[in-house]
Design a protein around this ligand. Structure first.
Ligand code: SF4
Length: 150
């Protein structure tokens, strides 16, 4: 577990111990605007391919590239995810775990100012369903276990 882990830093009492509210509004705001990497497992690629009705070879050719040495979903010139369109994510129900776990990522949960910073562009944060301590700790553990993908 890296030293920067929100689980390790304040494991006795992280600032989010009381849980956090979040329900995705599917606005697509977290799916672009700035450069990023969207990791996925082979099983997730199979799910995404199936959702689009294309073979995995075709999926890789059209929608995958290597960025920072990592296999990632492509992004457009404006940094939007290749699967973001005007109505949101076109593979929402088959999106990878990295996307499903947003905004419960280590860099967002590291402190309250970071959470507040990201919430300015996400209307789903601080609204909707309550995610309790156990759920958030589970997201973070899974993130650390997989390096963010899967
Ligand atoms: S910015 Fe927030 S509400 Fe909008 S799609 Fe992303 S997670 Fe959902």
């Amino acid at each position: 577990m890296p030293d920067s882990s929100p689980l390790r830093e304040d494991s006795a009492s992280p600032w989010w111990r009381g849980g956090l509210r979040f329900s995705c509004r599917r606005c697509g705001g977290c799916c672009g605007r700035e450069p990023g990497v969207v990791l996925f497992t082979d099983a997730e690629m199979a799910e995404m391919s199936s959702a689009l009705g294309v073979g995995e070879g075709e999926f890789e050719r059209l929608y995958v590239w290597r960025k920072y040495g990592l296999r990632s979903l492509r992004e457009r010139a404006n940094y939007d995810c290749v699967f973001l369109d005007g109505g949101g994510c076109v593979i929402y129900h088959a999106r990878p775990a990295q996307c499903r776990r947003f905004p419960f990522w280590p860099e967002i949960l590291k402190n309250k100012p970071s959470w507040d910073f990201y919430s300015r562009n996400c209307p789903g944060m601080d609204e909707g369903d309550l995610h309790d301590y156990e759920a958030i700790a589970g997201y973070l553990s899974k993130y650390e276990e997989t390096g963010g993908g899967g």
